[in-house]
Each structure stands twice: as structure tokens, then as C-alpha cells.
Design a protein around this ligand. Structure first.
Ligand SMILES: Cc1cc2nc3c(=O)[nH]c(=O)nc-3n(C[C@H](O)[C@H](O)[C@H](O)COP(=O)(O)O)c2cc1C
Length: 357
């Protein structure tokens, strides 16, 4: 239950960083969805490691195998299971920190909670698990595509330098998923400098959901914004989420309220959500990622026996996780939206009559 997400569109992920495979079982997918396996592959390719110098050099093909739930190109209404075999595990890179906790990573808490130290690439706490989420998100996007609902994301800030533009089309072709080609140049220098200095950087992702109907989101503990926030903070290294205009808390009421006319809202400081329910505007959120914890600078730590030690890391790591993380934010948003769409279908008698009368 704690490895699952969603109420009706519900997925469960399994696997560890250096285990045999990772994967996902997705339940609640309606029968008859056009299953686009090429799209699934392309989504995983967007997140996969080793593509360029802005990502970890671990080389994984991330080729999915669909084991169930699809027949003759359509979903069957039964659980869809997708497995991705790990190929490029190098557990020996971690042998020198076998008993040592990496500062900033989950080694310390996983060991103290479970009493087991799976030192191989972080085990289950590794963001390798997020490939399985991207597979679930790809299936969710196949449903959204049929409803013309679009989700897009890109990087808006790296190392404290914020983009001036938000060009989601540019983000699609940028190696950094950058929303701004000018800021991108500065970010590349910052990332190269951080790498030379054996350091890492944090960043911010902006995400937009277009063409949502009014009415998605359930009061009071399954609000659209609260579940989106929960979905995002469940992603490794995410430390914060802002719904709507990130300066709202600095504005006064006159400035912040989105006035309403017959044709719609005159602004979108609310980020498309009021009272936890979509208002028909674009849903806009920002997601804040901390710097990659695994860095190649000696740092102070302790080992599992309580001795004070110095950590010297080997291995391959993302210099900044927000870049690949942006693909994961899209996947999680897609899963949330599909779940909310399915839930909303039961919320009015007229909807139920449409099906049963
Ligand atoms: C796409 C993605 C890739 C990541 N890659 C790495 C990595 O290469 N090395 C690392 O130490 N952390 C990486 N992380 C972050 C860690 O998984 C995360 O910081 C760690 O599990 C501790 O959890 P917390 O930061 O949420 O507290 C990555 C995160 C994401 C979203």
C-alpha cells in the first residue's frame, strides 16, 4: 500500500536501483484506450540516464516490456504491468561506502528504519524508481491525449538563476528541458563549474496542465492541489511545491484575486485551482528540487557502527536532478489528473444516469 499511488487510476511500483528490474503495475485503466508502445518508449527515453553530460553517466536503455493488460493495441481493463530490466548496475562503485551514510541521501534513514543497508546505488530510495512512474505517466497521458488534455514541464531555475521566459516548446528540444534558451547558456556554465568543483546544483521545474474541465478535485482531503503537491513531494529530492503565481504570498488581495468576466478569469494567480477544484484555467505549479546529494567532495559522516568517517564517493550521479526530474513531474501530474477525472465521473447523478439509463 505504501508503494502505490492513486484511488481509481492506481499504480504500484517495484524494484531497486541495482536489483534485477524495476517496474509498475497500473490498475484502474479503462478498457479500450489506444495503447501507444512507441510513446511509452519515448517517454522513458526522455528520462533515461546517460543521454548527455547533464545527467548521470549510468547507461540504461530503459526499454519497457509490457507483460499484461494490452491486447491488439488496446487496453483490456485488466492490470497493465510494465517491467524495465536494469543493465548497467555497478555495485562495486559503492563498495567503499558499504557501511557509510552519504550526507543528504536516504542511507541514514533507511538503515535506521529497516536495519538493512542496501548500499548498491541507494536501493529502493534511488530515483531509478522514477522510471516506473514515468511508465505509469505515459499510460495516463495516453488517456489524456484522447481528451485533449496536455501536460508540459520545463526547468525555470537552476542554481538560483531564474529564466525570464517560459517557452514550453523550447523545453521539448532543449537538452536541459530549459524553458528559456538565454538562461540555458548561463545554466550550462553553472553546471560545468559545479561538476569541475565536484559539486551539484538545485533547480525549479514549472509545470502546466492545459484544457482541464472545471470541477476536478475532491473536498476536503483529496483536493486537486493537495494531491498534486503530494505527488510532487513524493518524487526524490523535491522539497517544495507552489500552486499558481509564486509571488502570491507577496501580493495583496486586490493584486492577487483573479477577477471574473463572462468569458472567464482575467488573470490566473490561482494557478487553475480554487477550493481544491479545477476552475478551467491552466493549472500552473512549480516544483523545487534540492541539489543532488551524491557529490565527489570529501564530506563528514558516520558509519553504521557509529564511527565518524570521511565519505569519498565513486559512482555516477546527476549533477542536477531537476532536469530529469521534470519528466517525472509530468508523469505524476498525468496520473493525478486521470485519477481526478475518473473520480469526478461519480460525483453527479446526471453522470451516473448517462451510463446506466
Ligand atoms: C531523476 C532523479 C535523479 C536523481 N539522481 C540522483 C543521483 O544520481 N545521485 C543522488 O545522490 N541522488 C539522486 N537523486 C536524488 C535522490 O534520489 C534523493 O535526494 C534521495 O533519495 C534522498 O531523498 P530526499 O532528497 O527526497 O530527502 C535523483 C532524483 C531524481 C528525481
Amino acid at each position: 500500500m505504501f508503494n502505490s499511488f492513486g484511488e481509481i487510476f492506481r499504480f504500484t511500483t517495484f524494484g531497486e536501483s541495482h536489483g534485477k528490474a524495476i517496474g509498475v503495475v497500473i490498475d484502474g485503466v479503462p478498457a479500450g484506450v489506444e495503447f501507444d508502445e512507441e510513446f511509452l518508449k519515448s517517454e522513458l527515453a526522455r528520462r533515461k540516464p546517460g543521454k548527455n553530460r547533464f545527467a548521470t553517466q549510468r547507461k540504461e536503455d530503459d526499454l519497457p516490456e509490457v507483460l499484461s493488460g494490452v491486447f491488439e493495441g488496446k487496453t483490456t481493463g485488466t492490470p497493465i504491468s510494465i517491467v524495465i530490466f536494469n543493465k548497467d548496475q555497478r555495485s562495486r562503485d559503492y563498495s567503499n561506502i558499504k557501511d557509510i551514510f552519504r550526507p543528504g541521501h536516504a542511507d541514514f534513514t533507511y538503515f535506521h528504519k529497516y536495519g538493512i543497508r542496501d548500499y548498491r546505488g541507494g536501493g529502493r530510495s534511488s530515483a531509478r524508481e522514477t522510471a516506473a512512474r514515468v511508465a505509469a505517466g505515459a499510460v495516463a497521458k495516453m488517456i489524456l491525449r484522447e481528451l485533449n488534455i496536455k501536460i508540459e514541464a520545463g526547468v525555470i531555475e537552476i542554481g538560483g538563476v531564474r529564466a525570464k521566459n517560459t517557452d514550453f516548446e523550447y523545453a521539448k528540444i532543449s537538452p536541459l528541458f530549459a524553458l528559456d534558451s538565454e538562461a540555458e547558456k548561463e545554466w550550462i556554465d553553472l553546471i560545468d563549474k559545479a561538476r569541475e568543483e565536484h559539486n551539484s546544483l538545485g533547480g525549479v521545474v514549472k509545470l502546466r496542465i492545459k484544457n482541464l474541465p472545471v470541477g476536478l478535485g475532491e473536498p476536503v482531503y483529496y483536493k486537486l492541489d493537495n494531491i498534486l503537491a503530494s505527488a510532487m513531494v513524493s518524487i526524490n529530492a523535491v522539497k517544495g511545491v507552489y500552486i499558481g503565481n509564486v509571488d502570491s504570498h507577496k501580493l495583496n488581495g486586490v493584486e492577487n484575486n483573479d477577477e471574473i468576466r463572462k468569458e472567464g478569469f482575467l488573470s490566473n494567480n490561482a494557478g487553475g485551482v480554487l477550493g481544491g477544484i479545477s476552475n478551467g484555467e491552466d493549472v500552473e505549479i512549480e516544483i523545487y528540487f534540492k541539489p543532488t546529494p551524491s557529490i565527489f567532495k570529501p564530506q563528514k559522516s558516520v558509519d553504521i557502527y557509529g564511527n565518524e568517517v570521511e565519505v569519498n564517493l565513486k559512482g555516477r550521479h546527476d549533477p542536477i536532478v531537476a532536469i530529469r526530474g521534470s519528466v517525472v513531474t509530468e508523469a505524476m501530474a498525468a496520473c493525478v489528473v486521470v485519477d481526478m477525472l475518473l473520480l469526478n465521473m461519480t460525483r453527479k447523478m446526471e453522470y451516473i444516469k448517462k451510463i446506466y439509463q
